[in-house]
Write a protein that binds this ligand. Structure first.
Ligand SMILES: *Cc1c(COP(=O)(O)O)cnc(C)c1O
Length: 386
């Protein structure tokens, strides 16, 4: 029997969440699938959402992987390219590029004759990371309009506090963005370069209607997480990943005995505990403390002791029916990943993207699962194959 740990990816949930994102948008919605689609598997997620408006990835390598898999959708590279080779590759692959710095503009100007590209002109309105000053944007727009390599300019910015819907910083960023967009609009003529706008990530799409523009960018919500909900659950969204394993040992403990590295956890009373095949080497957060919930037989049990590389322990004192082979859910539909993240002092994004390559991804629709990611999953002793 192979190791029972797997990440089950529900493609129907992904499609549902994308439809929900689109229902909020007034324009078109890019599915953000950077970082291996937040740990869900770049290509499978892209194939699932290829009927949508397009994709955004962080790097040109991710975009090239999508093209090589045969995807012909619009693909935006959020960091843009860093050298001449990258620029040529992007043109050849017909990628949409963010241009956030002067050197990227120079690379674009030096591009040999090409089919024209959509350029996403990034302005920093208060994230303090990437982007031009808004005051420079009209001049850059005019530069882009003069290039035969450019067919469209999308003004893009990223919000720093979109998950706090009442933050005054959101309004400051929107004001700056709108002032820049107006300045570009006023210098446009009928024949100038087509112009569009893009601001919203998931949190803004859900909580900041003023941020919705011709293009929105939905990331974490596709995977079932509402960034406004803390560790709660948003019933408009369906969890796309369930991290599931089984008990590989069941032990009894005497009062005073400890569990795991550092003897961090001690039983006060005689009890029972189980060892789960899942550890930080799989991406489970090492800093999850004793008390972090784990579902055993569908009921909440508590993590005890330190998380090891390959396993973790759960208190089974209240779950007498648990035995070797019993199914365990580390997070998923019945246990929000954001709750585990909060318990470990992290965020759902980090946990999802942190699931390591040794964890097989198994794809399905709803409850029907098929094997994916190269590994065959054998059903365990106490449950039928899903
Ligand atoms: C990652 C990213 C997004 C998606 O953000 P979510 O919070 O996951 O929706 C949108 N825009 C940019 C520029 C990003 O880097």
């Amino acid at each position: 029997m192979s190791r029972p740990l797997r990440a089950e990816i529900d493609l129907e949930a992904l499609a549902h969440n994308y439809r929900y994102a689109k229902s909020l948008s007034h324009g078109r919605t890019l599915a953000v699938i950077k970082a291996d689609a937040y740990g869900h598997g770049l290509l499978r997620v892209a194939q699932c959402l290829c009927g949508g408006d397009g994709f955004a990835v962080a790097t040109i390598e991710e975009a090239v992987a999508l093209r090589e898999a045969g995807l012909r959708n619009r693909i935006l590279v959020l960091e843009g390219v860093f050298d001449r080779e990258g620029m040529c590759e992007a043109a050849w692959r017909r990628l949409d590029l963010v241009v956030h710095s002067g050197y990227q503009l120079e690379l674009l100007k030096a591009l040999p004759e090409t089919r024209p590209l959509s350029i996403w002109l990034k302005v920093d309105t208060g994230m303090g990371r990437l982007g031009f000053d808004g005051a420079d944007a009209p001049g850059i727009y005019a530069d882009l309009a003069a290039l035969s390599a450019v067919r469209e300019c999308v003004l893009i910015t990223h919000l720093a506090c979109a998950d706090e819907a009442d933050s005054p910083h959101n309004h400051l960023q929107l004001q700056r963005f709108d002032a820049t967009a107006r300045a570009i609009e006023t210098q446009r003529t009928v024949r100038s370069l087509p112009f569009a706008q893009s601001i919203a990530n998931s949190a803004a799409l859900i909580g900041l209607p003023d941020a919705r523009r011709q293009w929105d960018r939905a990331g974490v919500m596709l995977y079932g997480i509402n960034p406004h909900m803390g560790s709660g659950q948003d019933h408009n969204l369906k969890s796309a990943m369930t991290l599931r394993s089984r008990l590989i040992a069941v032990r009894s403990a005497r009062a005073g005995e400890s569990v795991g590295y550092g003897c961090d956890y001690r039983f006060y009373h005689d009890g029972r505990f189980g060892i789960v095949a899942c550890g930080y080497g799989d991406g489970y957060p090492r800093h999850a403390p004793s008390g972090t919930p784990v579902l055993v037989c569908g009921r909440r049990a508590q993590l005890i002791g330190r998380v090891s590389m390959d396993m973790l322990a759960v208190d089974l004192s209240a779950i007498p029916e648990a035995r070797v082979g019993t199914e365990v859910e580390l997070w998923g539909g019945a246990l929000p990943v954001a709750e585990i993240a909060a318990s470990a002092g992290s965020i759902a994004y980090e946990l999802l993207t942190g699931v390591t390559q040794r964890v097989p991804r198994v794809y399905g629709n709803g409850t029907r699962l098929e094997s994916g990611g190269g590994a065959d999953r054998a059903a365990g002793p106490d449950s039928p194959a899903p």
